[in-house]
Design a protein around this ligand. Structure first.
Ligand SMILES: NC(=O)c1ccc[n+]([C@@H]2O[C@H](COP(=O)([O-])OP(=O)(O)OC[C@H]3O[C@@H](n4cnc5c(N)ncnc54)[C@H](O)[C@@H]3O)[C@@H](O)[C@H]2O)c1
Length: 404
C-alpha cells in the first residue's frame, strides 16, 4: 500500500466535527490517514456529544506535531488562533487546510504569507464555495460575453442565528479578545462565504483587487460585532460589489449572489451549487459539481501542477474587507423598538423589523441602510480607501503587491 498522507485535525468540536468527518471520508476512500486530533477539550467530552475515538488525541497542536507527525493539518479553531496554529504547522513542514477567515487582520495575513514563502508549504483556506465549479460556470459565461459588460455583483444574505450561537464560545460575536483581533461579525464569519464568492465573481482575489470598502454596520444582539451590515466594495476592475447581510431575519434563507451585466444576470445558489441565468434568451439553471478543498490540497501535493482552489494569497480581496471591518468603529445598536425577541424552531433569536426587505434594497439599489433611510439605521457610513497607496499616511507596503 502506498504511503498515504498523514492528516491531523486541530479544533475538533464545533465545525471541527464536519472536518473530522471529511478527513474520515478521505480515509475511507484510501486518500489519507487520520493520525491525530488536537484540542484542549478531549474528543470524548460527553457534553459535546462528539464520538469516542481510537485516533490519538493531544491537548495542543505542538504535542500532536511532535508525536503524530502529520503531513497535512486541518485547522478548525477560533479565528484569533489561526495565524499562530497555521504558522506552527507550516514550520513543522505540514501543508494546512485553514478555516475561514484565514486570519484576523491583514497584518497577520502578511505574516502568514511570509511563512508560506519561507517554508515552501501551502495554505488552502476553507472557503468551500471556491471548490464549486459553479464559479467557473459564471466566469466562463462572463468571458463568453453572455452577460454583456459586468457592472456589479450583489448579495442578499438573511440568516437567523439564535442567541445561543453568540454564547457558545467566548470569542463568538467579539471584535477583540484579550487584546487580539477576532472580527467575528456577519460580514467576516457567518456570511463570509457570500462575501468571498461575490468578490471572486467580481474578479477580485488579491489585496490589490479592492479599491475601496464602505461599511454601514449594526447589531441587534448583545454582542460587540455587527449582525446586520451593508457593504459596498469597488474593485480595481471597476465592478461594484454590494451586500445586504443580517443574522436577524425572521426566517433563514439561502443567500443569493447575483452577477449583473448589461445583457443579463447570473445568480449563484452556493448551497446547491446551481447558477440561474436570466438573459434575453430566457431563464436557465445549471447545476455544478464541487471539489472538497481537502481533496484538492491532496491532489496538489501529489501533482503541483494541479492549482489550489483556495490558496491563501487568493483570499486577499476578502481580507481587505475583513480588515476594513476590523478597523471600523463599533457597529451601531439597533434601537429596541425595532427589534423583536422571538422563540421558535430556530431557538430564541432577535429579529430586526423588515430587515429582509432592507437587505434586498441594499443589493438592488446599491445604497446602504442609512442611505436608504431604514428607520433603525442611524449609523455613519464608514469609508475605507483600502488600497495601500490610497493612504498618504501609510508606509509603502511592497510586500502586499505580489499577492497574486
Ligand atoms: N467553512 C465553514 O462553513 C465553517 C462553518 C463554521 C465554522 N467555520 C470556522 O471554523 C472555525 C471554528 O469555528 P467554530 O464555530 O467551530 O468554533 P468553536 O469555538 O465552536 O470550536 C472551536 C474548537 O477549537 C478548539 N480550540 C480552541 N482553541 C484551540 C487551540 N489553541 N488549539 C486547539 N484547539 C482549540 C475548541 O476547544 C473547540 O473545540 C472558525 O474559523 C469558523 O469560522 C467554518
Amino acid at each position: 500500500m502506498p504511503d498515504l498522507p498523514r492528516v491531523a485535525l486541530v479544533g475538533i468540536h464545533g465545525y471541527g466535527v464536519h472536518q473530522r468527518r471529511a478527513i474520515e471520508e478521505h480515509e475511507a476512500a484510501g486518500r489519507a490517514r487520520l493520525v491525530g486530533l488536537a484540542d484542549p477539550v478531549p474528543p470524548d467530552d460527553p457534553s459535546d456529544g462528539a464520538p469516542q475515538t481510537a485516533v490519538p488525541w493531544f491537548p495542543d497542536l505542538r504535542t500532536m506535531l511532535d508525536t503524530a507527525r502529520p503531513d497535512v493539518v486541518v485547522v478548525a479553531t477560533p479565528i484569533h488562533t489561526h495565524t499562530d496554529l497555521a504558522t506552527l504547522a507550516l514550520r513543522a513542514g505540514c501543508d494546512v487546510l485553514l478555516e475561514k477567515p484565514p486570519t484576523a487582520s491583514l497584518e497577520e495575513l502578511d505574516r502568514l504569507l511570509g511563512t508560506v514563502a519561507e517554508t515552501g508549504r501551502e495554505v488552502q483556506v476553507g472557503f468551500q464555495t471556491f471548490g464549486s465549479a459553479a464559479l467557473d460556470v459564471i466566469h466562463d459565461a462572463v468571458a463568453a460575453g453572455e452577460l454583456g459588460e459586468v457592472r456589479s455583483v450583489d448579495v442578499v444574505g438573511t440568516w437567523v442565528r439564535p442567541e445561543s450561537y453568540f454564547t457558545r464560545s467566548e470569542w463568538a460575536g467579539r471584535r477583540t479578545l484579550g487584546g487580539r483581533a477576532v472580527v467575528d461579525g456577519v460580514v467576516t464569519n457567518p456570511l463570509a462565504h457570500a462575501v468571498a464568492a461575490a468578490l471572486h465573481l467580481a474578479g477580485a482575489r488579491t489585496t490589490d483587487d479592492v479599491v475601496s470598502v464602505e461599511l454601514d454596520q449594526y447589531r441587534a444582539n448583545d454582542i460587540e460585532a455587527d449582525d446586520t451590515s451593508a457593504v459596498r466594495v469597488v474593485t480595481s476592475g471597476g465592478v461594484r460589489v454590494v451586500l445586504g447581510l443580517t443574522l436577524c431575519a425572521a426566517t433563514h434563507s439561502v443567500p443569493t449572489v447575483t452577477v449583473r451585466g448589461t445583457a443579463g444576470t447570473a445568480t449563484l445558489d452556493y448551497y446547491a451549487d446551481t447558477v440561474t441565468f436570466r438573459t434575453a434568451d430566457g431563464e436557465r439553471t445549471v447545476a455544478a459539481e464541487r471539489t472538497h478543498l481537502l481533496t484538492n490540497l491532496l491532489d496538489h501535493r501529489d501533482d503541483p501542477s494541479v492549482p489550489l482552489l483556495s490558496p491563501l494569497r487568493g483570499t486577499g480581496a476578502f481580507m481587505r474587507v475583513l480588515d476594513a471591518v476590523r478597523a471600523a468603529p463599533d457597529p451601531t445598536p439597533v434601537p429596541a423598538e425595532h427589534v423583536e425577541r422571538v422563540t421558535d424552531d430556530a431557538g430564541t433569536h432577535r429579529v430586526v423589523h423588515d430587515v429582509e426587505a432592507w437587505c434586498a434594497r441594499v443589493a438592488a439599489e446599491g445604497r446602504t441602510f442609512a442611505e436608504l433611510g431604514a428607520p433603525w439605521a442611524r449609523g455613519q457610513v464608514h469609508a475605507s480607501a483600502t488600497h495601500p497607496s490610497a493612504h498618504a499616511s501609510d508606509a509603502p507596503r511592497p510586500d502586499l503587491e505580489d499577492r497574486a
